[in-house]
Design a protein around this ligand. Sequence first.
Ligand code: G1P
Ligand code: ZN
Length: 542
Amino acid sequence: MKIVATQPFGDQKPGTSGLRKKVKVFQQPNYLENFVQSIFNTISPCEGKTLVLGGDGRFYNREAIQVIIKMAVANGIGKLLVGQSGILSTPAVSCLIRKYGADGGIVLSASHNPGGPDEDFGIKFNASNGAPAPEGLTEAIAVGSREITTYKIADLGDIDLDQLGSLPVGDTQVEIVDSVADYAELMASLFDFEAIRALFKGDSFKVCFDAMHAVTGGYAVEILERQLGANVGTVINGVPQPDFGGGHPDPNLIHARELVERMQKGSGMSFGAASDGDGDRNMVLGEGFYINPCDSLAVIAANAHLVPAFATGLTGVARSMPTSRALDRVATALGIDCYETPTGWKYFGNLLDDGRIQLCGEESFGTGANHVREKDGLWAVLCWLNILAVKQMTPEQILRQHWQKFGRDYFSRHDYEAVDTELANKMFSTLKLDLPQLIGCSFQGLQITAADDFSYTDPVDNSHTEKQGVRILFDNGARIVMRLSGTGTQGATLRVYFDCYEDDPERLDQNPQEALHALILAADEIAGIGKFTGRAAPDVIT
Ligand code: G1P
Ligand code: ZN
């Protein structure tokens, strides 16, 4: 065992979801080691502890896993469960932590960000409940990383990550586990696999799942094709690649282009879905029909009783603040609680642990439930398949029926990427100063009734979080939210969220960008987006 002298890097503060940086940053001598040692120092004593370790297979995954194994051995971790070939989806890590009563886990991923030598890498610590480290723990790791002077690493050769089995290394038992089996078993316990199998029998129901060359390939082939009998070839781009085939593994209409093309009107396809780099996000589509993640969450809530895992009913649900209020309408109708949390999955952990909610989601293609403590892409897909199998309707029919019953919350998010950080900060500080004066003012014929910077007090442990995004509410119930991304690795990413409600049965079929047009113009007038960023239009619209 070696003790290596090191110096802190000033920039190891995790964002919305772990520490994300360019691969080149992680490749600097001691960079990864410092952060990993900060995790071990924070959870110390390490002796006797069990940790789960795996990543989404992106560039630098294997190298990082070898380093972390050696450091875990040197720090005296009792047992390490490592995904075969270093592969574990984020929800699978959460599943393993919970199933084997581990003390935590380390996920190597930058989620939906591109991979490759010049792209992104990331590392995230999950706690013993399987959830992303809560604020306090995250902060303790960040503080530790600013004070670090040494790290410990075992002087040993690389471990064979491809061979399943358990071997003692120093005082640590290193177990290479099947990446898929435990997760697949969990899924089979939650859904009506018989009904989904029946749906796939014959040729009338045609499904496509785009793994985007990322981690869910192996999971989707095993569950959809082998266990549920979907046709071979249902899963496309199913072999994980270190650079995700040069693509951007983000399941949205822009990046999941191949899926979108296959799902066009007239294609005869029944259902399509995609997942992201680490398998926690999902996008679901009908034939030529996009389902907004906010609506997907609401539809799942409204139909949860059809899914065996929720057979006894929901007692509560939650959504992140920028997510549309479609979910709230379902919760009201069901007479259950609906919580509004800051952006980021970590805020759902306490609510799930406390049994206050069973289902939750974010507009950013994140949907999940109490079976693990991460959002879960494939879970959402299976949930939809289960509902489709029971209802025997197309996704489009289900959505239209839902809107007829609850009304429709038009929603869109506009992202301005790689904006000059200083300009973005200036825009926000100006906007925040203006907030009190905005109330009562009108833009595009809409009057502002409330404007604030969202703060949240966790009802379970009373922890308080501030500055979680500017909210501007209008007299017709419409809303604009603006915040800066906490996951970007280049400059600042400005996210502007729009939503408005419509319950006129004749007006449920508009293009969201048209339905939200006045709000979109108002946002620019209120915050001076174009003026501050110099951008005429967003880079990504979802
Ligand atoms: C983004 C999403 C957020 C999600 C996170 C991790 O964070 O907006 O909902 O939880 O990625 O997948 P942001 O970049 O906005 O901070
Ligand atoms: Zn992800």
